[in-house]
Design a protein around this ligand. Structure first.
Ligand code: ASP
Length: 441
């Protein structure tokens, strides 16, 4: 296995995990064995990635900003990033709406299927909890989002992965202040964060050694805990529409990367593929973030000044896959339940899906919570919300895995584009996990 590239090893782990999951589904008590004896290894892997996310964001963002030497550069990078993120998300939603309106996957769903899906899922706790979570988020005021970004306690912000934007805020604040006290006084702190940054990236390398085994466990568990295959089959057409949309997004990124950065788009995909495969296996862009950062910086050559801001911010606010999915899902549910949408409604979907993707947490299933808000914004009857969600619940996990790949690919492409536009796209400089190993073993 040693000579095989990492992405091949991960891919083999994934395929074996799926096969093993299917085999265990046939064995009595098989899913329980996977849950008890296999799944913990996947969970440990995801925990390890999450463990290093906050130190990595902190160290790399502070290093990135304090390397700038000039605050206006940071404002420049920040503005470009946000504008490009909004543009790519609008493209994603538009692709989703065009596809779902032309292919009309909701029209072919029979009343029988709707009844069966409703009966199976509408009262499920998971569906109900997504609706109440959405109500909680919707009840907050328009500026709540900005208010939430500012922590009142740096330590408690760092103690919760969900508060990533607060950590970003703190790191930017600290980094800018370091610039303002001058190079000499800031040096000790800067050296500390430089070193922390290198150490955490080494931790990413070490964790990635176990990735092929971890994805085996994660995928075996996904297969073993998947629902009734008949229901999955009934939603096949809808799933295909979402997946075609997501694939078109990959094509879009490839075109943009090729035209703007003049790099080979296949090379780009190959270099970030380990991050994509992990996004698929974990369904979480937040858990994938350390690997995305490592790939983009070391293997693609984006300067830390850019990646350290663009990627963590992207993981939290830029979710192209999720917003495309929300557009398709909202229209699909409306079609299936005979709720007519006007052009105005479709435009409302564009706007709310955009805001929803900014507000979605980078964790599994978050997109579905925001879907409730999108549905409510077009006046979807409240009493039918649970039925609407029940319709797509069976395939949410597999589609979540696919849309997370796009979320991560989108962030990586934008980091390349921003880097190119500010002259910070350099040569790749990959590090191996065992550099210096001989000296310390
Ligand atoms: N799982 C997605 C992510 O982490 C969010 C979602 O679409 O549910 O990027």
């Amino acid at each position: 296995m040693k000579k095989l590239a990492l992405h091949w090893k991960i891919l083999i782990g994934m395929v074996l995990g799926v096969v093993f999951g299917f085999i265990m589904l046939q064995v009595s008590g098989g899913p329980k064995i996977i849950e008890d004896w296999i799944n913990p290894f996947g969970t440990i892997f995801v925990k390890l990635l999450k463990l290093i996310a906050i130190p990595l964001i902190l160290a790399s963002l502070i290093k990135g900003i304090s390397d700038l030497k000039d605050i206006s550069k940071f404002a420049n990078i920040g503005l470009r990033t946000i504008i490009i993120y909004v543009c790519t998300t609008i493209v994603a939603i538009t692709i989703g709406l065009l596809l779902v309106n032309t292919l009309q996957p909701g029209d072919g769903v029979s009343d029988e299927t709707i009844a069966k899906l409703t009966e199976t899922y509408a009262t499920e706790n998971a569906v109900q909890s997504k609706i109440s979570e959405a109500t909680r988020q919707k009840d907050s005021g328009p500026l709540q989002f900005i208010e939430d970004m500012v922590p009142e306690n740096a330590m408690s912000a760092m103690s919760d992965n969900k508060l990533m934007l607060q950590v970003i805020f703190f790191a930017i604040f600290l980094g800018i202040s370091m610039l303002l006290i001058g190079e000499k006084s800031a040096k000790p702190l800067k050296d500390f964060f430089d070193s922390l940054n290198e150490v955490v990236l080494k931790m990413v390398d070490l964790i990635m050694l176990t990735a092929p085994y971890a994805v085996f466990a994660l995928l075996a568990n996904v297969v073993a805990s998947s629902g009734d295959p008949d229901l999955l089959y009934a939603l096949l057409y809808y799933s295909i529409v979402v997946i075609v949309g997501l694939l078109l997004m990959i094509v879009f990124y490839m075109i943009v990367v090729a035209t703007i950065t003049k790099k080979n788009p296949f090379w780009f995909l190959k270099e970030i593929s380990p991050a994509q495969l992990l996004a698929f296996s974990t369904s979480s862009s937040a858990a994938t973030l350390p690997v995305t950062m490592e790939r983009v910086e070391e293997h693609i050559g984006v300067d830390k000044e850019v990646s350290s801001f663009v990627l963590p911010v992207g993981a939290t606010i830029n979710m192209d896959g999720t917003s495309l999915y929300q557009a398709v899902a909202a229209v699909f549910i409306s079609q299936a339940l005979g709720f007519d949408l006007t052009l105005g409604d479709q435009l409302t979907i564009v706007l709310t899906a955009l805001l929803a993707s900014i507000g979605s947490a980078a964790v599994p299933g978050a997109g579905m919570v925001m879907l409730v808000i999108v549905l409510e914004s077009i006046g979807f009857p409240a009493d039918k919300l649970a039925i609407g969600l029940a319709l797509i619940f069976a395939v949410d996990r597999p589609l979540d895995m696919c849309r997370t790949v796009i979320n991560v690919t989108g962030d990586a492409s934008v980091s390349m584009i921003v880097a190119k536009s500010v002259g910070k796209l350099g040569k790749p400089k990959p590090k191996q996990w065992d550099d210096h190993y001989e000296e310390v073993k």
